[in-house]
Design a binder for this molecule. Structure first.
Ligand code: ATP
Length: 291
């Protein structure tokens, strides 16, 4: 089985600050980490570190950040299909962290440059039973093209709609598994509305309160694994990737064990600084998935 992640790739710079700046203020910050990021890239790297055959398709600009992403990805087990787009800047995020809260500013010029045709080309080798993984950074047209192609090819599909945009409604009927946090669930009208729109199963993540899987058979709750919180960036992406991988590697549907594996992996991420560098490495991932 192959996994096709289509999404964004970015560089994350995390700044530690004392308080969020007021409009007009200049404040000091300390660089905590500079790391690979972008929801698509995060999910693809975590999926590949579980041992799955995973391809990431993402747009980058023809610039230094794009070259840095390509160079850093070369040491990851993911197959990187980076589409270089002239005249756009590679996407990046500035993450502002106080002790217990963060605020993230993300550019998406490159992500929204990926065209429906490029998406369809990326999925041309897909076979029935392969998995498509999407997030909210692409244009709706690109995500729709991916989901329609996945349906034609007999693929499974998983979508985390973050960052939320208007207009997802027509896409839900093409999504097998949705991952949403509490705020997203509320903004989308609730879990029941997603299920009525055609989503087979919904995973609701609840931060330090854990996660829940809701499908036709009912609801399974999974606690978070306790950890010292250092940096929560990417916890949701790591959780989604490991839940999907755990089920795929065991050739089963999402279950309580998949949620437990995902919670353990996300706790690793939360307990360390950075985004992708905070995810479990291949040895840690293997140990988690063996539990
Ligand atoms: P993000 O946008 O920061 O990536 P998210 O909002 O998509 O995250 P969350 O619900 O915050 O997702 O977190 C995803 C999972 O990460 C949770 O279900 C939980 O397993 C784990 N997690 C998050 N915060 C904590 C925490 N403080 N302690 C332990 N585990 C946590």
């Amino acid at each position: 089985m192959r996994v096709f992640v289509i999404g964004n790739a970015a560089l994350d710079e995390t700044l530690s600050i004392t308080d969020f700046p007021q409009p007009g203020a200049s404040i000091f910050g300390r660089l905590m980490s500079r790391d690979l990021g972008g929801k698509g890239l995060n999910q693809a790297v975590a999926l590949a570190r579980t041992g799955l055959d995973c391809t990431l398709t993402a747009a980058v600009g023809a610039d230094g950040r794009g070259r840095e992403i390509a160079a850093r990805l070369a040491s990851e087990p993911v197959a990187a299909d980076l589409v270089s787009i002239a005249d756009v800047g590679t996407d990046f995020s500035t993450i502002l962290m106080t002790g217990d809260e963060n605020a993230i500013i993300t550019t998406r010029e490159a992500a929204t440059s990926l065209t429906p045709d490029q998406v369809r080309r990326a999925l041309a080798p897909a076979q029935p039973g392969d998995l498509l993984v999407l997030q909210g950074n692409l244009t709706l047209a690109a995500n729709q093209a991916a989901l329609e192609m996945a349906q034609t090819r007999g693929m499974q599909s998983a979508l985390n709609p973050s960052p939320l945009q208007d207009g997802f409604a027509p896409l839900w009927g093409l999504v097998h598994t949705a991952f949403v946090n509490e705020g997203e669930a509320e903004a989308l009208g609730g879990i029941a509305a997603l299920r009525e729109a055609g989503v087979e199963r919904v995973v609701l993540t609840l931060g330090d309160a854990g996660a829940a899987l809701i499908d036709a058979t009912g609801r399974i709750d999974a606690p978070a694994h306790p950890c010292d919180v250092v940096d929560t960036t990417g916890a949701g992406d790591c959780f989604m990737a490991v839940a999907l991988a755990s089920a795929a590697l065991r050739r089963t549907a999402l279950d309580a064990r998949a949620l437990d594996h995902a919670s353990r992996a996300a706790a690793h991420t939360v307990g360390r600084p950075g985004t992708v560098t905070a995810f479990p490495d291949r040895a840690e991932m293997a140990a988690i998935l063996a539990m």
